[in-house]
Design a protein around this ligand. Structure first.
Ligand code: IPD
Ligand code: CA
Ligand code: CA
Length: 283
């Protein structure tokens, strides 16, 4: 198979190279974690690998683009307020990179081989590049605004499934036990009986890449952060899919409750989540 076919130079190539190096580093450290810590709860893990890889990606990007801003998960204090402030600050810059060094840290820690590196570039507030690299399967997903999305040079495109009853849908559970988990449980309860199956693999970014590649027909999750989904959102959009919040409003960088799909089952997902909200949880 071709290596990562870099059709364009500059920003996209920088993102691909950083993701490839970071992914290799992470894969080689699976099973050898030395410092396992937690952030907001015992469900919210961080390791020295997450921190080291974020530094590595920062160095690689800043070597090429010293005046660009970087929003990296491990450099933002936990909590919605710190995130809002960091995002607001970052968006003041013309070029903002949004980095999740390991999306799927719990999987990485347990040796469950489903995690990735996610790197997005926002130019003047607009998602412009999205790169997601799965080092286990050596799959490099690349999207460029207006130029499509690719995996190893082959265009990705969303599925054609229009029948919810024949759809496979991914979702996830963030570590927030008070709001996000009950909200996602309520959504699951509403949606699962109406579709073919649900997958909750533990990596928001990879699930979005799988929507882009047509491997699942849709994905939703309440309670994401920009680094979980920025790159994946561009992949889905450039693969012909649709991304909104759970009320059906168009995605923007601050959106925390995300629905992504092939477009054809989108109204079903949004409608079901609205229904779940009305009956199952508040806010
Ligand atoms: C998490 C993963 C997980 C999702 C959580 C994210 P992390 O990211 O994407 O699948 O359910 O919402 O926080 O902490 O592994 O980078
Ligand atoms: Ca993440
Ligand atoms: Ca992470």
């Amino acid at each position: 198979r071709e290596p990562y076919v870099v059709t364009s130079k500059g920003h996209t190539a920088a993102a691909i190279n950083a993701a490839a190096k970071a992914g290799e580093w992470i894969k080689n450290r699976q099973g050898h974690v030395k410092e396992l810590g937690s952030k907001t709860s015992a469900q919210d893990l961080v390791t020295e690998v997450d921190k080291g890889v974020e530094q590595m990606i920062r160095r690689l990007i800043l070597t090429h683009y010293p005046d660009h801003a970087i929003l990296g998960e491990e450099s933002v204090l936990p909590g919605a307020d710190a995130l809002t402030a960091a995002l607001e600050e970052g968006l003041k810059h013309e070029y903002l990179w949004i980095v999740d060094p390991i999306d799927g840290t719990t999987n990485f820690v347990h040796g469950f081989p489903f995690y990735c590196v996610s790197i997005a570039l926002v130019v003047k507030g607009e998602l412009t590049v999205g790169v997601i690299y799965d080092p286990i399967r050596d799959e490099m997903f690349v999207a460029e605004k207006g130029k499509g999305a690719y995996m190893h040079g082959i265009p990705t495109s969303v599925s054609a499934e229009a029948d919810p009853g024949s759809s496979l849908v991914a979702m996830g559970f963030p570590p927030d036990r008070l709001f996000a988990q009950p909200a996602n449980m309520a959504g699951l309860q509403q949606i699962l009986p109406q579709i073919r199956g649900v997958r909750a693999g533990g990596s928001a970014a990879l699930h979005l890449a799988y929507v882009a590649a047509g491997r699942v027909d849709g994905y939703w999750e309440v309670g994401l952060s920009p680094w979980d989904c920025a790159a994946g959102v561009l992949l889905v959009l450039e693969s012909g899919g649709k991304v909104t919040d759970t009320q059906g409003n168009p995605y923007d960088i601050g959106t925390r409750h995300v629905v992504a799909s092939n477009g054809r089952i989108h109204d079903f997902l949004v409608g079901s989540l609205e229904e779940a909200k009305a009956t199952g949880y508040k806010k």
